[in-house]
Design a protein around this ligand. Structure first.
Ligand code: ADP
Ligand code: PAZ
Ligand code: K
Length: 260
């Protein structure tokens, strides 16, 4: 049975069609569209796809966007199911003060990272970074306890805030430099150091807390921009959230019961 996973972020909708709702399942097709174009999915990306028998998604861009996607899903006869972050699941214990308020994409990324970590060796701590509209830096200990995490602006939001809040920063983005000597490079380097700095600080905290060096997983559209500037070994996984959704789907009862 082919299975559809969907990650609705605040900038793009990412989807993946897998052979089955299992973490070792083969990815058959995938795509990413900006939210402005999701009302055409049934006639574009999804038009010629084999009908999936099931789906599971995470959505953090609000109810209205989610409903627009559900209208596109009427192309097939399947029940839309959306993850709500739980207090425990997928091998992760969620120590957020209000577990359901943790972004479901963060939850899926944590579950995905934990399942990849356990599939690749002994249990260790992990740092799970999503570089998207916002950036999140989330800490897992060796037992799979989500200790907490950071939220900070993504590259786009940082640059937009500076452009809107000043008169002198309406310039194209430049390159990352150690000692930037023009406005464009200063902006790109400042944004990169802000995000890389947050990651390196949380990395140091997690080492101090656990006494072990964590695995660092990074995902998200802008991860590719950041990896070269990080002083830490990184596992860049574009499909980390998909991995988490498949793991959560494999735990679900096969009876189509809506999560929310
Ligand atoms: N190929 C790319 N190279 C660099 N940045 C990208 C690329 N694709 C998307 N981005 C940036 O990443 C962000 C969107 O990534 P994404 O993970 O889809 O975010 P979200 O999950 O918040 O929708 C935007 O800031 C966008 O500018
Ligand atoms: C932090 C986020 C905005 C990240 O969203 P994204 O950048 O992927 O669009 C999203 O995970 C969210 O809305 N979280 C809810 C608040 C929280 O996690 O505390
Ligand atoms: K995301």
């Amino acid at each position: 049975m082919s299975f559809l996973v969907i990650d609705i972020g605040n900038t793009r909708l990412k989807w993946g069609l897998y052979a089955a709702p299992r973490t070792d399942s083969v990815l058959q097709a995938e795509g990413a569209v900006y939210l402005e174009t999701i009302d055409q999915l049934a006639e574009t990306d999804w038009r010629h796809l084999p009908a999936p028998q099931g789906m599971l998604g995470c959505a953090v861009a609000g109810q209205a966007v989610r409903r627009r996607v559900e209208e596109q899903l009427e192309l097939w006869d399947l029940l839309p199911r959306w993850v709500v972050s739980q207090s425990a699941g997928g091998g992760v214990v969620n120590h957020y003060e209000h577990p359901a308020r943790l972004g479901s994409d963060r939850w899926a990324a944590l579950v995905g990272a934990r399942s990849r970590l356990l599939a690749s060796g002994p249990p260790r701590p992990a740092l799970v970074v999503m570089v998207g509209t916002a950036v999140t830096v989330d800490a897992l200990d060796a037992a799979g306890h989500f200790l907490g995490g950071l939220i900070l602006p993504g590259f786009g939001l940082m640059l937009k805030a500076l452009e809107n809040g000043t008169s002198g920063l309406k310039v194209p983005t430049g390159e990352v430099q150690d000692f930037p000597r023009n406005t464009s490079d200063a902006l790109m380097s400042g944004g990169t150091d802000a995000i890389a700095g947050a990651i390196e600080r949380m990395h140091r905290r997690l080492v101090a807390r656990t006494g072990q060096v964590p695995e660092l997983y990074m995902t998200g559209g802008a991860a590719v921009k950041l990896v070269p500037s990080l002083d830490l070994p990184v596992q860049q996984r574009d499909h980390l959230i998909f991995d988490g959704l498949l793991r959560l789907a494999s735990d679900l009862p096969t009876v189509a019961t809506p999560l929310v």
